[in-house]
Design a protein around this ligand. Structure first.
Ligand code: MG
Length: 249
């Protein structure tokens, strides 16, 4: 069986291929790939739901869904799938406005609870979204409603689209302690280590909403893209593409 790290190397190559055809937000997708892969591959059951709150992580979700045969990236290249997730098919909600995804997920998790379903709602959120007030309203509501079926992965790569969070918004830290202060369970680990992510999930206490805070590197996997925020928006030229692909061979 293929290990998560092998799958994610192939996913990174696929995203680079896409970037040669159409607009791609490479670095924010690379930082959350292992999280998205672990959620879909190891944690989700058929009844569970997934919401990609960090819209610029869309390609991470798309390539994982493509590998599962649930989506065809030809649609993305043809323009019928957005650079942010578009609702439809396996995509639960259109997202990308910072700080809106968690509120949606709280509603989804509460609806599942009211239906008597045992479905869980998995969310991947950026650390840029921790700067949004709406995120913390949703965090409080999830605690009020005791949503033990809500599992949040925070992609802690220390960058927003335009800035470094520890420089411009350092009050975001420490993150896990904030979730705990708001009535959640939280754990903190390596967001690129599939074993670490799975262990954090399987050892969760289980009776409160749960946040997995994964430390990640924006642009992870290609040396000249790592922690270089220009790759949030830029696509590689032919030489850069060849160099990146060689690193991921
Ligand atoms: Mg970030």
């Amino acid at each position: 069986m293929q290990h998560s790290s092998e799958r994610c190397r192939a996913f990174r190559r696929r995203i680079l291929d896409i970037s040669q055809k159409v607009t791609a937000h490479i670095a924010p997708a690379f930082s959350c790939l292992e999280m998205v892969d672990v959620i879909y591959h190891d944690l989700m059951r058929p009844q569970d739901l997934f919401l990609m709150s960090k819209g610029h992580g869309a390609l991470a979700q798309y390539v994982v869904l493509e590998s599962l045969g649930k989506l065809n990236l030809v649609e993305y290249c043809a323009g019928s799938l957005g650079a942010h997730p578009d609702r439809g098919g396996p995509i639960e909600a259109s997202t990308g406005s910072l700080g809106h995804g968690l509120g949606l997920a709280v509603g989804m998790a509460y609806a599942e609870y009211l239906k008597g379903s045992d479905a869980q709602v998995f969310v991947v959120m950026s650390d840029g979204e921790l700067q949004e007030g709406s995120t913390w309203e949703a965090v409080q509501m999830a605690a009020n409603l005791k949503l033990d079926n809500l599992v949040l992965f925070v992609d802690l790569n220390d960058f927003g689209g335009l800035d470094r969070i520890s420089t411009w918004h350092p009050a975001v830290y420490p993150v896990a302690e904030k979730f705990e202060a708001f009535g959640w369970d939280a754990n903190h680990g390596n967001g690129h280590d599939a074993d670490d992510l799975r262990n954090m999930y399987w050892t969760r206490p289980g009776d409160r909403p749960f946040a997995l805070i994964g430390e990640t590197v924006k642009g992870r996997g290609v040396s000249f893209m790592e922690s270089q925020n220009i790759w949030h928006y830029r696509s590689p030229n032919k030489d850069e593409y060849a160099k990146a692909m060689a690193e991921l061979a």
